[in-house]
Design a protein around this ligand. Structure first.
Ligand code: G3P
Ligand code: MG
Length: 356
């Protein structure tokens, strides 16, 4: 294999391994770093701050553009993380832009979902907050809600008073659940409206527009001591209600881990990253082989992170931490990881000891 050569006599050896880190339950809980993450991640950089070991963050979360997340993580961890090192559950949505050229789409979830989709190139995007706000009484419970929606979270939305097209006649051609939905009750109602009527709430029954979920996590680890309901739980709720009020089942596509294509994509990003770190070495095309003998997935969720690495096969290997969804003493019986450790710092120690 070609990955063992170095790009100049004095230069350090090019690493033959890469690492993908899950975020929630491994690096962070809520917004706080856990498991010695800042100190451990710094070991992947040289003293002058340049990247030594190719790594990225492979999370099913999201809701902000990748460059914004990279900045947040850089600040929290005290290292320089580039936007290419952040892969969100919704990152593959950018590949769907051509399919929805001039179509109105609705983006669902926490954060700046309309900004995310607009930056991917979708031209007619409304967040579900904004979309719902145009339909008077669509949420009969709105008068009882003590909070205000869409005020601080969507700068894209506040910049425009009203879209240039007619939301009351233009059908929604696609629904993208970008991040964890905030107002489940309102969102379930509005999505059932859109999806049952061919994309126009209040009109008669019609064909279901395509529906995408950025991930399908039933639960994930946030700041609260026990797991929280994730996008997969929302999907189950929407699907059961939709199937009760329609005579045909809900159709949808889910992205995110554990889909093998997510791991394939992560591997190719890591290869590009490695080549940018060692520009004088042979390209992967010339080598015609994977540049890595091992890529480690460090995750906290056996069903999602470890299952994904298992399904992806070579060169993926998995390290399960005990800081999130998994808290077991031994390995997970259903999706056993190649190694089980307490924290992300232990995971990095294990990997570096094995490889260096
Ligand atoms: O909402 C985020 C969650 O579903 C999973 O995030 O980083 O554990 O893949 P992560
Ligand atoms: Mg996780």
């Amino acid at each position: 294999l070609a990955q063992r050569f170095s790009h100049s006599a004095a230069a350090p050896e090019k690493p033959s391994f890469g690492i993908a880190f899950d975020i929630d339950g491994v690096i962070l809980r809520g917004r706080s770093p856990i498991g010695g993450a800042p100190r451990a991640i710094r070991r992947l950089y040289s003293e002058d701050g340049t990247l030594k070991i190719p790594f990225l963050f492979l999370t099913n979360g999201g809701g902000v553009p990748e460059h914004r997340r990279a900045l947040e993580l850089s600040q929290l961890l005290g290292v320089n993380i580039s936007p290419t090192q952040v892969v969100h559950g919704h990152s593959p949505y950018r590949e769907l832009v051509d399919r929805f050229e001039n179509d109105l789409i609705v983006a669902v979830g926490k954060g700046e979902t309309a900004v995310v989709m607009s930056e991917y190139g979708f031209r007619k995007v409304l967040s579900i907050d904004e979309y719902a706000s145009y339909f008077k009484d669509i949420d009969p419970l709105a008068p009882f809600k003590t909070w205000k929606v869409g005020q601080k979270t969507n700068s894209y939305m506040s910049a425009k008073v009203h879209p240039s097209y007619d939301v009351y006649s233009e059908r929604v051609k696609g629904v993208f659940v970008v991040s964890d939905p905030v107002d489940w009750g309102r969102d379930l109602q509005v999505l059932c409206d859109i999806l049952s009527t061919g994309g126009l709430p209040g009109s008669g029954k019609g064909d279901q527009p395509p529906l995408y979920f950025a991930a399908d996590d039933l639960e994930y680890q946030a700041a609260f001591p026990s797991e929280r309901l994730g996008m997969g739980a929302f999907r189950i709720a929407l699907e059961s209600i939709f199937n009760q009020i329609n005579d045909h089942p809900l159709k949808y596509t889910s992205y995110g881990k554990p889909n093998p294509f997510v791991f394939k994509n992560a591997a190719s990003i890591l290869e590009k990253l490695l080549m940018s770190m060692y520009p004088n070495s042979q390209s992967s095309k010339e080598v015609k082989d994977c540049l890595f003998s091992t890529i480690y997935m460090v995750g906290d969720n056996p069903k999602v992170d470890i299952n994904g690495a298992l399904k992806a096969g070579h060169p993926w290997s998995s390290v399960l931490t005990r800081t999130g969804v998994f808290r077991g003493k031994d390995n997970d019986p259903q999706f056993p990881a190649d190694a089980v450790v307490d924290t992300v710092e232990d995971a990095i120690n294990y990997i570096l000891e094995k490889e260096c």
